[in-house]
Design a protein. Structure first.
Ligand SMILES: Cc1cc2nc3c(=O)[nH]c(=O)nc-3n(C[C@H](O)[C@H](O)[C@H](O)COP(=O)(O)O)c2cc1C
Ligand code: SF4
Length: 452
């Protein structure tokens, strides 16, 4: 049984309500932090915990906090990233929907540590009903003296504002998010300057994922050292995984990062095995942006060791034979799934979501989508596979923000591990066309440019 820190109380009846949350021990970390600690000692505790950002990149949270600039007289801000638009990722939704006060509690402590008197939650527009839940929790926290002026008589003021996005995946990228929060189009900014120096309204800003900030309360309550004892290596604490695809028990699970991928997929405690007794074919273990892994490399590393559900183990082997923990969106594919079609679906998503600022991403995502569709619908040639490989290489590392990489990696991994499936489509055009009957006409309309 994995240890639970975030979801331990999520199933207590009416835990959404302040009185119940408080009765269950809620807001203790705010009392401890504001009354017995100072901002520096809180940052130190978060550093000791080893907590890594849960939004995807896994950057150490305490270290990020320590980078925040403190120019005299200039306000600073905490922004919580609740955009959660990465396909396959739905864990922040669960936290906010079922135990909203855990996020508010973590935000108050984090705001105190960072010196933010006005903190923000930027939430994806589609989570409209969760906005109401959060606003009710904020009102309750304010009515009970945890937000507003002079919290607990300490002289610290803090307000939390909720801002809805308008449906753009790119607004989850932290600088695009900041632009959007400022009322502009969500175009990523060139870094540096980093948000910790010039963020929201050019003020020092820390952007953290919902799950990252929700973990701050438990860390303060138990102490950073104790938190660091949970998990393994640099994968400390617990991690929420949203599991979906061809499994018996899709859902959101909190794991302590010591279990193997095999246990996670086949144990009844988590995914409960592959649906309808089918064989496991592949998995995208960390949200749609991370490389797909075939079953053999998913369950065991290239060295033949068991693969574990943690940052180090999932990335063991680099992109040649490994993947990433990413945002924890665990997408399982059974033996019936077509990798080319799956990759096409992802490419289509990235093409649609590219903000268009950089040519490699704007043009490359469109070309990848078109070529993938050409192959999938039986109109491709072997040279198209090489072209696809070439295009993804030209996108990776050549763009303003990581959306370009996020679009390139799934394509690269699909070709790397499943080239035979691409070749099958080329060698079996009729079968491919029959499979995609009704949509195949689209391939006739595409004109793929020749790249020298
Ligand atoms: C295209 C794109 C979309 C992203 N979407 C999200 C998101 O929905 N939620 C999130 O927390 N981070 C997202 N990120 C990562 C953020 O830029 C940022 O690294 C993160 O919010 C930092 O929080 P953390 O350090 O707590 O992980 C996205 C990044 C990119 C490039
Ligand atoms: S990589 Fe894509 S999404 Fe990111 S800034 Fe460039 S065009 Fe926009």
């Amino acid at each position: 049984m994995s240890k639970k820190l975030l979801l331990e109380k999520a199933h207590v009846e009416n835990i959404r309500l302040y009185d119940v949350y408080r009765r269950e021990g809620g807001y203790k970390s705010v009392e401890k932090a504001l009354k017995t600690m100072n901002p520096d000692s809180i940052v130190e505790e978060v550093k000791k915990s080893g907590l890594r950002g849960r939004g995807g990149a896994g950057f150490p949270a305490g270290m990020k906090w320590s980078f925040i600039a403190k120019p005299e007289g200039m306000p600073r801000h905490l922004v919580v990233n609740a955009d959660e638009s990465e396909p396959g990722t739905f864990k922040d939704r669960y936290l906010m929907e079922f135990i909203p006060h855990l996020l508010i509690e973590g935000m108050i402590v984090s705001s105190f540590a960072l010196g933010s008197n006005d903190s923000y939650i930027y939430i994806r527009g589609e989570y409209a009903w969760i906005v109401d839940i959060l606003e009710q929790a904020i009102d309750e926290a304010k009515a009970n003296g945890w937000l507003g002026k002079n919290i607990l008589g300490t002289g610290f003021d803090c307000n939390i504002h909720v801002q809805r996005g308008a449906g753009a995946y790119i607004c989850g990228e932290e600088t695009a998010l900041i632009e959007s929060l400022e009322g502009k189009r969500g175009n990523p900014r060139i870094k540096p300057p980093f948000p910790a120096v010039q963020g929201l309204w050019k003020r020092p800003t820390v952007v953290n994922n919902v799950e990252t900030i929700a973990a701050v309360g438990p860390i303060i309550n138990m102490g950073g050292d104790e938190y660091a004892k949970i998990g393994v290596g640099k994968s400390t604490g617990t991690k929420l995984i949203s599991a979906c695809g061809n499994i018996n028990k899709p859902g959101v699970y909190e794991i302590d990062m010591t279990i193997t991928v095999e246990e996670f997929i086949y144990s009844d405690e988590w995914c409960g095995g592959i649906k309808n007794g089918k064989k496991l074919k592949a998995c995208i273990p960390g949200g749609s942006s991370v490389p797909i892994l075939p079953a053999n490399l998913l369950l065991k590393t290239a060295k033949g060791e068991p693969r574990y559900m943690n940052y180090e183990s999932l990335s063991d082997g680099g992109f040649a034979t490994g993947s990433m923990m990413g945002s924890g969106g665990f997408i399982v594919l059974d033996e019936d799934q077509c990798i080319v079609k799956n990759t096409y679906t992802l490419a289509r998503f990235y093409r649609h979501e590219s903000c268009g600022q950089c040519s490699p991403c704007r043009e490359g995502t469109g070309w990848m989508e078109k070529i993938l569709w050409k192959i999938e619908s039986g109109k491709g040639s072997s040279s198209d596979i090489d072209l696809l490989w070439d295009i993804q290489r030209k996108i990776e590392g050549n763009t303003i923000c990581p959306l370009g990489d996020a679009a390139a990696w799934p394509v690269a991994a699909a070709i790397r591990h499943f080239r035979d499936e691409f070749e099958w489509h080329v060698a079996n055009p009729q079968e491919s066309q029959i499979r995609n009957f009704g949509l195949a006409h689209y391939a006739d309309e595409i004109h793929v440019p020749v790249i020298a």
